[in-house]
Design a protein around this ligand. Structure first.
Ligand SMILES: O=C(O)c1ccccc1NCC(=O)[C@H](O)[C@H](O)COP(=O)(O)O
Length: 263
């Protein structure tokens, strides 16, 4: 059983409870923010999706007692283009309240980084202020993926479709996903390898697909590799959460795009 299998088994239970208990929230207070699809494609510097990540299965506790609103405000001041909030409680020690607090603190697009298997989680993500949801190809059948993708986009949400290998990438392209996240973390071994993005990005010939490089990005040379691979945005969690000098890290990550990229 992989960690993803364990997480999804837990999500099945969570969704059952959610269906019995969740009362839809009033969404009138929610701000409209622009889709990351256009803004990231047009940007002249690397787009940063800065993550609120208290803990993880691979690293244990990272920054357990972070104040999500303060951290998100700091990310925004330093030039983050979107905020990712890990909302899973069991494996990442996050919560939907973290997302709600971040929504109240910043006006950037927010990614609800969770393991979505049901429409009710999408409803809740939107109600708590998310603008983007994550769908993980490895966690869903093609049929279910399409249903959830169509449902989220019908609500006006962006969808980050996450892949780890060639077969998952093919499924994401078949789905007509506009935003594809290539995750460098192998969910079986937890090994992080940036060549995953370099290898898979080459296979994405459609320049209209927005590519995001996810996991294991720490410093300027990693960003250069992502840019050379043709990635327009990077999702960064642990490096930011452990940093004692966020300004210096942002300075390294937020590099201007050079002209020659491989895709
Ligand atoms: O981070 C983990 O250990 C993990 C384990 C199993 C499933 C997902 C996991 N992480 C979620 C993410 O995708 C990352 O939080 C995100 O890409 C940022 O990664 P990093 O910058 O390496 O913290």
């Amino acid at each position: 059983m992989t960690i993803l299998d364990e997480i999804i088994a837990e999500k099945v239970k969570e969704v059952q409870v959610l269906k019995e208990t969740y009362v839809s929230e009033n969404q009138d207070r929610l701000e409209k923010v622009d889709s990351i699809f256009d803004s990231f494609q047009k940007s002249k510097t690397m787009n940063i999706i800065a993550e609120i990540k208290r803990a993880s299965p691979s690293k244990g506790d990272i920054h357990l007692h972070v104040n999500p609103a303060e951290q998100a405000k700091r990310y925004a001041e330093l030039g983050a283009n979107a905020i990712s909030v890990l909302t899973d409680e069991t494996f990442f020690k996050g919560s939907m309240d973290d997302l709600k607090e971040v929504r109240a603190a910043v006006s950037l697009p927010i990614l609800c980084k969770d393991f979505i298997i049901d429409e009710i989680q999408i409803d809740r993500a939107k109600a708590f202020g998310a603008n983007i949801i994550l769908l993980i190809v490895a966690a869903l059948s093609k049929h279910r993926m399409k249903q959830l993708y169509n449902y989220a986009t019908s609500l006006g949400l962006d969808v980050l479709v996450e892949v780890h290998d060639e077969i998952e990438l093919e499924a994401a392209i078949e789905l007509n996903a506009k935003i594809i996240g290539i995750n460098n973390r192998n969910l079986k071994t937890f090994k992080v390898d940036l060549t995953t993005t370099e290898r898979l990005a080459k296979l994405v010939v459609d320049k209209n697909i927005l590519l995001i490089g996810e996991s294991g990005i720490k410093e300027e040379k990693d960003v250069e590799r992502m840019e050379q691979a043709g990635v327009k945005g990077i999702l960064v969690g642990e490096t930011l959460m452990r940093s004692t000098d966020l300004a210096a890290i942002f300075n390294q990550l937020k590099t201007p795009f050079k002209s020659m990229v491989k895709r």
